[in-house]
Design a protein around this ligand. Structure first.
Ligand SMILES: Nc1ncnc2c1ncn2[C@@H]1O[C@H](COP(=O)(O)OP(=O)(O)OP(=O)(O)O)[C@@H](O)[C@H]1O
Ligand SMILES: [Mg+2]
Length: 188
């Protein structure tokens, strides 16, 4: 059965090729405009630490998707064999809820890819089930040192509250948190 969810997953998923969606085509480190000293600082840090895990916090339009995509592109340029996937947090849960027999398969899918960008954490149902899935994936990725990038509109404290202190502190010890403070670029 091909339903609406499956279609959306296909649109948001990028794998094995530099065929980025039109929305992401222009997103590179070079095209990220850093005006404030803070923006300059994190742009420079990211350019010099492309292998880091990142946790991007910030309001809508501040460049979280832009920088995540730019990192994955730069990584892909270094090593063309790198497989990249982008998925929205809520779609992981939705994918499993469609067929619970596929839970392990879904976890494996997102655990194995070389670079995973999980977008919009906090915009799902934020159920225990979704949080558990997120951490099964992150835990496996940590075990195999596979780069993971997370974006969220939540503040750091909301994020910690959502995923729980023990797991959050673990994730924050692996990933570099970056709080994007620029303007909403969608407003021009
Ligand atoms: N500093 C920047 N320089 C150039 N373009 C930017 C910058 N920040 C954002 N943009 C552009 O603005 C648009 C929105 O940015 P982006 O999608 O990265 O926002 P976001 O932080 O992921 O927002 P949301 O929380 O709504 O997902 C994109 O087209 C992006 O390329
Ligand atoms: Mg985004």
């Amino acid at each position: 059965m091909v339903n609406d969810f499956t279609n959306r997953i296909k649109i948001t998923e990028i794998s094995q090729s530099p065929e980025w969606s039109p929305k992401r085509k222009h997103m590179t480190l070079n095209s990220f405009i850093a005006k404030t000293s803070e923006e300059k600082r994190y742009k420079e840090y990211i350019s010099e630490h492309l292998d880091d895990w990142y946790l991007f916090f910030g309001a809508p339009g501040t460049g979280k998707t832009h920088l995540s995509t730019a990192i994955a592109k730069a990584q892909w340029e270094k090593d063309k064999m790198k497989e990249v996937k982008v998925v929205k947090f809520r779609y992981i849960g939705a994918e499993v809820r469609e067929d619970f027999a596929r839970e392990r398969e879904v976890i494996k899918l997102y655990s194995n890819v070389d670079i995973l960008i999980i977008e919009e954490v906090g915009k799902g149902y934020n159920s225990e089930f979704e949080i558990q899935l997120l951490f099964d994936i992150i835990d496996t990725r940590d075990e195999y040192s596979k780069q993971t990038i997370i974006t969220t509109n939540m503040t750091q404290s909301e994020f910690v509250k959502l995923i729980g202190k023990p797991t959050a502190s673990r994730l924050l010890s692996i990933a570099t948190p970056v709080i994007l403070t620029g303007k909403d670029h969608r407003q021009g």
